[in-house]
Design a protein around this ligand. Structure first.
Ligand SMILES: [Zn+2]
Length: 293
């Protein structure tokens, strides 16, 4: 063997060793890399977990906030409701303060309207709605639209209906009463209509109806078709008979109708009772709706 072949042999023998070293180094590098990948991965997992925890904390905060917001909103809504109620009450009080409480007062021979009482405002009833037409008649300004509505509807239904008497001041009333006294004698005058409807006419919300056919007569009005029509329709315009047939307190006055507001008129009809049958305290509850259409 020569040197060359020897060294060749030596070289060949070194190959596995070199390969071994390379393999070890390579494995080492690989292991190192794997390790750092693993480290990076667990770092990422940690970060992810961290973020997740933070997120659920944030979510909890958001939930708590939204709950707090909801309860605040509830409280606000409750406050608003309360405020609305107070406002309604104030509106009612203001409305009520503008309605004369006398308008729904029950009157009698012992309890009547003050002689100095005058309605807030009266206006003249249209000529074609009165009898006789040249007789000046007036009525509470705010009641006038209801009376006109009633009389226009009667006209539409071809019903002969006119106003014979409406607002009467204390003085006019006294004159009328003394007129009756002269004609019928004081005893009958007291039992007569002039007495019982006295305050109601002075209020300016009450009318005596008649017909053209009877030339303005009051007696016998209950046998006219006009009276029957009133019984079926007057309540729709807020008018009621003050002294209906068979009432327990006063002489029957079929012509004498008082405005009490639509709401009360409808309820009296439903209950089948007269205005004077109802307790004053119950009547008073209707005052606020007196002029409601
Ligand atoms: Zn009357």
């Amino acid at each position: 063997m020569n040197d060359l072949s020897f060294s060749k042999q030596k070289g060949v023998a070194a190959i596995p060793m070199i390969l071994g070293i390379v393999a070890v180094v390579g494995l080492g590098i690989l292991f190192f890399q794997l390790n750092s990948v693993q480290n990076a991965f667990s770092g990422a997992v940690e970060k992810y977990n961290d973020a997740n925890t933070k997120l659920s904390l944030k979510e909890e905060e958001a939930r708590a906030l939204s709950e707090a917001l909801y309860s605040e909103q509830q409280k606000n809504a409750e406050l608003e409701d309360e405020l609305d109620d107070v406002e309604d009450e104030l509106d009612d009080l203001e409305k009520l303060s503008k309605i004369d409480s006398e308008l729904l007062q029950k009157y009698s021979k012992v309890y009547f309207l003050n002689e100095h009482y005058t309605p807030a405002s009266v206006i003249e009833i249209d000529k074609d709605l009165r009898y006789p037409e040249d007789k000046e008649l007036s009525i509470n300004k705010r009641v006038a639209p209801f009376l006109e509505g009633l009389l226009r509807k009667a006209k539409e239904d071809k019903v002969d209906l006119r106003v014979a008497s409406a607002y009467r001041s204390f003085d006019e009333q006294s004159t009328l009463k003394s007129g009756y006294s002269v004609t019928y004698g004081a005893g009958s005058a007291n039992a007569f209509s002039a007495d019982q409807g006295y305050s109601e006419h002075q209020l300016g919300t009450t009318v005596d109806f008649t017909t053209v056919a009877t030339k303005g007569a009051l007696d016998g009005f209950n046998s006219t078709a006009s009276y029957t029509w009133l019984l079926a329709n007057a309540y729709k315009y807020g008018f009621v008979l003050s002294y209906p047939e068979g009432n327990a307190y006063y002489v029957f006055e079929p012509w004498h109708w008082r405005f009490v507001g639509k709401d009360l008129a409808e309820d009296l009809r439903k209950k089948k009772i007269g205005f004077y049958d109802m307790d004053q305290r119950d009547i008073d509850k209707y005052l606020i709706k007196f002029f409601d259409k």
